[in-house]
Design a protein around this ligand. Sequence first.
Ligand code: AMP
Ligand code: MG
Length: 276
Amino acid sequence: MKDYRVPTKGGIKLDDYDPNDVGEYEGGKQTAKDILQELNEELEALQELLYAEHKHKLLIVLQGMDTSGKDGTIRHVFEGVNPQGVKVASFKVPTPVELDHDYLWRVHQKTPAKGEIVIFNRSHYEDVLVVRVHNLVPKETWQKRYRHINEFERRLAEEGATILKFYLHINQDEQAQRFLERVEKPHKHWKFNPGDLEERKYWKDYQRAYEDALKRTSKTWAPWYVIPANHKWYRNLVVAAVIVESLKNLKMSYPADVEDLETYHKRLLEMTLSKA
Ligand code: AMP
Ligand code: MG
């Protein structure tokens, strides 16, 4: 699998990343879907282990332009995983109460506890993206946030969290196509928000804001990945592969046996045999 991690040093230009990239899987959509299914199964087992071991925490951050596929990624990558084992936190326009606190207040509450996987559908990064693009706070305020975010994520990591951040990379043509689909297909109408077309006018500003965020906050303890996302099947495959690999690297194991397991075994055998 190609490495889509954003380097922790140096700048990045999103134009250098091809949203149509399909790595080595050229023409192999079906193969990719089969592999995804295997990854789904591996993820299911790893999630159970994570929960049982009750030691590590996994935080997944999903960001991307409108229609980039944040919802679809969650649906497909976590297909088959025990719904009790995964939580999704979606960050919308902050409420008045949230705005009265610092921007990380609502975020910290949603971070994973031991044994949990939490997926952020949008995140604290909105506070250096939409907030920056629309001047919702002065520049002096958002400029300091990259540092806050690095410190915040570092703290989470030092306290046992594995943090993976995915930027779902599509281009403007693909976005137009997806908006069109939302308008043309009745079951997708609910997803169409005319305001999104206004937002599209700020494409360049968003790309610049994303480049800055990715460049300043891709860290060894919380790397960013730029995921080619024009092809949904490839997007799902790459995200799933990164998550599975990171979980495997944790070298988790089921907790030590219950004491006196042999005694319980014997007693249970007696109980079941006496019924026979
Ligand atoms: P959606 O993801 O389509 O449900 O839309 C959620 C909306 O909330 C997006 O337009 C985001 O830009 C917006 N949003 C999320 N977080 C913030 C924030 N901190 N400040 C302003 N808008 C936000
Ligand atoms: Mg939307």
